[in-house]
Write a protein that binds this ligand. Structure first.
Ligand code: PGA
Length: 256
């Protein structure tokens, strides 16, 4: 069967990434993945974007940001705008990573505003969604994800409704699996990915069919293959294992 969705593996460096890491990790991963049939995305902190962008120039790899301001410009101390990201060569940005939601208080509405700002600027947002352990244990996983998706759908009117999801990416990251070493099983992950695709299909089935849905949460070189083999898992959003060239390259290999 022909692969409809090309796989993407994105490395979310979080607050790691000094020049030495950029110099060592990026060229190694670029070299190790150059013949693979998949896409590679580095998501370093803002301060390393320029350096990574330089390293991936004229290669098959992309660079993206970990968040973005919903405001275009002005008196917003500490914020980074879409225009600034474009100037640094960013093609993608995460929005609504669970650490942004839980530690920095970003609401579903804040995340939706960032999604819209990115889309309007021509940067593809990677919308992170996922339930907490408590929500999973009380059977609220689908409701939680539905609210996170719906907040974005609600702001899409100004960019053509569901068409605004065209080209966007969703990352399903169960909060209980992030950085814990406790991965969702392939079946658990596939079930939520299928739910997400079905939700989007209710708005537009073509867009749902093309939508890339990444899995994130303690992905490593041992579990990546089984996760990526699932029908609705189109790659991964990798935290800890993206900081080591060998591990990250092996995960990319598992997606090709
Ligand atoms: P992890 O992080 O791979 O270290 O669990 C994933 C993420 O937070 O994107």
């Amino acid at each position: 069967m022909q692969q409809v969705r090309r796989k993407l593996v994105a490395g979310n460096w979080k607050m790691h990434g000094y020049p030495a890491l950029v110099a060592e990790l990026v060229p190694n991963v670029v070299a190790a993945t150059q013949n693979l049939n998949m896409d590679v995305l580095f998501i370093p902190p803002y301060t390393s974007l320029a350096a990574v962008s330089e390293q991936v120039k004229n290669t098959h790899c992309f660079v993206g940001a970990q968040s973005v301001s919903e405001y275009p410009e002005g008196a917003y101390t500490g914020e980074v705008s879409t225009r600034m990201l474009l100037d640094l060569g960013c093609k993608f940005t995460l929005v609504g990573h669970s650490e942004r939601r839980s530690i920095f208080g970003e609401s579903n509405a804040d995340v939706a505003a960032k999604f819209l700002a990115a889309k309007q600027a021509g940067i593809e947002p990677i919308l992170c969604v996922g339930e907490t352990l408590q929500q999973r244990e009380s059977g609220d996983t689908e409701q939680c994800i539905d609210r996170q998706l719906q907040a974005v759908v609600d702001v899409l009117d100004s960019i053509g409704g569901a068409d605004g999801l065209n080209g966007a990416i969703v990352a399903y990251e169960p909060v209980w699996a992030i950085g814990t070493g406790r991965t969702a099983s392939a079946e658990q992950a596939q079930a939520v990915h299928a739910f997400i695709r079905d939700e989007i299909a209710e708005l537009n089935s073509d867009i749902a069919e093309e939508l890339k849905i990444l899995y994130g949460g303690s992905v490593n070189e041992s579990n990546a293959g089984e996760l990526f083999a699932q029908k609705d898992i189109d790659g991964g959003l990798i935290g800890g294992s993206s900081l080591k060239a060998d591990s990250f390259s092996a995960i990319c290999q598992a997606a090709s």
